[in-house]
Design a binder for this molecule. Structure first.
Ligand code: FES
Length: 363
């Protein structure tokens, strides 16, 4: 083991040197005022150089997605840096595909503003806002899932598309961090945001949210998300989810039925046991008013003693396979664990859906 000692000493020296260089740069180097040009003159910012691009943009209320507080460990904060960003760093490459790297995609938290920078940012992101909200209610839905209703205070309203998400600010030992949660309330309820959050043991965001009570203040940013609903009412909508993957489904279903009361829409929702079932009565009531809305819940685990269930059993992709006719014009939205998404995608492809008509959110 003696050979380890020099390695440890060298590593320690290297870390100390890197820390000293960072400190020296922070204290001694003045980059002055730098210009950030966004979308070829669409917006121009003047910021103090020396901070990360992510922080510079946040300072100007441009809220790029970020789940790790800028520590370079979530890979969410992608922007296109056309010039002035310096070379791609080893801390960025694990989060970028080769194609993204070739297209000048960078992690905004890793790029330091040392000179003028040219950026390309999707217009949607420029419209993201910081919201102050208050908890209206916190309701237990299952043994590990809670529904949180937030009333928006400032701004008072949110403009969202179905299937989008917000980022909730949660305290952590290293300072505030943001965690992403899909919006479960429909787009026409502009004065509120509802979330469906599963408690992840040790999870910073979900622990914070599960401990919220009515009246507590909450800070969030949003809306984010790429999903665009097909506006043709003849295109059937397929929603498939499991667990807290319910949130965007509920948003999409209520939004679609309010706008096109007779549009065909299916919900396939996978649960392990009857203990994981929620919103079933709400959807069954909606189905009574809209016979074009089809609700299928399926249990994947065998029934336990005393458990009663007359609905579908087995993994949810089997139900999708059983009920969906082939070759119907459709758009599908899937939200759940990767094996579920893969299995359902295979079934939908078999039914004739093209990859561009299948949107998914894996978690
Ligand atoms: S903010 Fe998480 S990687 Fe940049």
């Amino acid at each position: 083991m003696d050979f380890l000692l020099p390695v440890v000493v060298l590593a320690g020296l290297f870390l100390a040197l890197a820390g000293a260089l960072l400190l020296a740069e922070r204290v001694l180097v003045n980059y002055g005022v730098c210009t950030i040009d966004i979308n070829s003159g669409g917006r121009t910012l003047e910021v103090d150089g020396g901070q990360s691009l992510l922080n510079s943009l946040y300072g100007e209320e441009i809220f790029i997605p970020s789940a790790c507080g800028g520590r370079g460990s979530c890979g969410y904060c992608k922007v296109t840096v056309l010039s002035g960003g310096g070379p791609l760093l080893p801390t960025e490459t694990p989060y970028l595909t080769r194609r993204e790297a070739r297209a000048n995609t960078r992690l905004a938290c890793q790029v330091k503003v040392r000179n003028d920078v040219e950026l390309r940012i999707p217009e949607d992101l420029l419209n993201v806002k910081l919201f102050a909200a208050r908890v209206e209610s916190a309701t237990t839905l299952t043994h590990d899932i809670k529904e949180i209703k937030l009333s928006l205070i400032s701004p008072e309203e949110i403009e969202q598309r179905p299937g989008q998400y917000v980022q909730v600010q949660a305290p952590s030992p290293e300072g505030p961090v943001f965690r992403a949660y899909s919006i479960s309330s429909p787009v026409y309820e502009k004065d509120r945001v509802e979330l469906v959050v599963r408690l992840v043991p040790g999870g910073i965001g979900s622990t914070y949210i599960h401990n919220l009570n009515a009246g507590d203040p909450v800070t969030l940013t949003g809306p984010f998300g790429e999903f665009h609903l097909n506006e043709d009412p003849n295109v059937e909508i397929i929603c498939v989810g499991g667990g807290c993957g319910m949130a965007p489904m509920r948003n999409i279903i209520h939004t679609v039925l309010e706008r096109w009361p007779e549009r065909s829409i299916w919900l396939f929702f996978g649960c392990r046991t009857t203990k994981d079932i929620f919103y079933y009565d709400e959807f069954k009531a909606l189905q009574k008013d809209h016979p074009n809305f089809h609700v299928i819940y399926a249990l994947s685990d065998p029934l336990g003693p005393g458990e009663e269930w007359e609905g579908e059993t087995g993994f949810i992709h089997l139900s999708a396979d059983k009920y969906l006719e082939p070759d119907v014009p459709r758009q599908a939205f899937l939200c759940g664990p990767p094996p579920m998404i893969e299995a359902v995608t295979g079934i939908l492809a078999k039914k004739g859906l093209k990859p561009e008509d299948i949107f998914y959110d894996k978690f």
